[in-house]
Design a protein around this ligand. Structure first.
Ligand code: PGA
Length: 236
């Protein structure tokens, strides 16, 4: 399974280094067979050596250049980063990224062979319109994306569930994942208010290949506990 922690705009570099080391030590003690990712804040990136893959929450589709406030592959190479989150709802809805710019970024990082965790998800008003409208909305987020890309992981993250403490029912998660799997065979993560107490049941849902966790993973012990849940489910 894939267990990913999105640290967003949290933790200093020092705290991030200690977070990563705690995760490394923990996965060693359980001989972890899961794929673990951590996405630190940009200024907390570090040259990390170990089993945990360090990814970047965002980067611009460039090597370098005049893009104030952005980073490109020149900066990612310094930290040997080959994994990127693209299309996260906070980038779409707070930072105003359009599907067009997301496609450009996707293609740029795909051409460099990056592992891409591509996020899709619907806002509450869309969900309230019913399943058909919701699936049409999600379909638009697949437009222009190479759904057969070999290094692709998709994360289904309902916008209304991110950071709110709300989650779809387990049945809803399974049903939506089943439909999304028709669009792409890539591993499909669930994200949106996954907590230490709910991770196990979500991971046990049909068609869920892992989780992408924000606030619930800020505490490293909680994140490790989720990793342990995944490991247990796979060995059962
Ligand atoms: P959350 O965030 O777990 O805090 O809801 C998840 C995400 O944004 O990836």
């Amino acid at each position: 399974m894939i267990i990913a922690s999105n640290l967003k705009t949290n933790l200093t570099r020092e705290k991030t280094i200690s977070y990563m080391m705690d995760v490394e030590n923990f996965i060693d003690t359980i001989s972890c067979k899961q794929d673990i990712f951590v996405f630190p804040a940009q200024s907390s990136l570090n040259l990390h050596v170990g089993k945990v893959a360090q990814g970047v929450q965002n980067a611009y589709a460039t090597k370098n250049g005049a893009f104030t406030g952005e980073i490109g592959t020149e900066q990612l190479e310094e930290f040997k980063i080959k994994t990127i989150l693209i299309g996260h709802s906070e980038r779409r809805h707070i930072l105003g990224e359009t599907q067009k710019s997301i496609i450009e970024k996707f293609n740029f990082y795909k051409n460099l062979g990056f592992k891409i965790i591509y996020c899709v998800g619907e806002p509450l008003e869309v969900r309230e319109e019913g399943l058909d409208v919701m699936m049409k909305y999600l379909e638009l987020q697949y437009e222009g994306i190479d759904t057969k890309y070999k290094n692709l992981i998709i994360a289904y993250e309902p916008v209304w569930a991110i950071g709110t403490g709300l989650t779809p029912t387990l049945e809803d998660i399974s049903n939506i994942h089943l439909k999304l799997k028709e669009k792409s065979k890539a591993p499909l993560l669930y994200g949106g208010s996954v907590k230490v107490d709910t991770a196990k049941d979500i991971l046990a849902c049909a068609e869920v290949d892992g989780i992408l966790v924000g606030s619930g993973a800020l505490n490293v012990e909680n994140f490790c506990s989720m990793i342990k849940d995944a490991q247990k489910l796979e060995t059962n």
